[in-house]
Design a protein. Structure first.
Length: 94
């Protein structure tokens, strides 16, 4: 389903913030991938200088922004995800 990925590199950091009542906290946070690079053999183009941030909250929204280089070209992503905390989309069930 997903293409093979080789040479996955870079620094990944995450932050989580909690506020409010202990039994119903409001959570927010972000994951940053900086100085990244990877190779997708089927594309035959190295993807380098990857800097991506995904930030979200327990309100169910997340933003995605980032840049990278693919060969001699520039890539960018800037968007928003809605309802990411819905049970049907969750990968973790408790």
């Amino acid at each position: 389903m997903f293409p093979a990925i080789d040479n996955f590199e870079g620094a990944i950091s995450a932050k989580v913030n909690a506020a409010g009542a202990l039994l119903s906290p409001e959570l927010s946070g972000s994951v940053d991938w900086s100085g990244g690079s990877l190779a997708v053999p089927s594309l035959n183009v190295p993807i380098t200088e990857i800097d991506v941030t995904v930030a979200g909250s327990s309100a169910g929204t997340a933003s995605v922004s980032g840049t990278a280089k693919a060969g001699e070209g520039d890539l960018s992503v800037d968007g928003r995800l809605e309802d990411v905390m819905l049970t049907s989309l969750s990968l973790i069930h408790i």
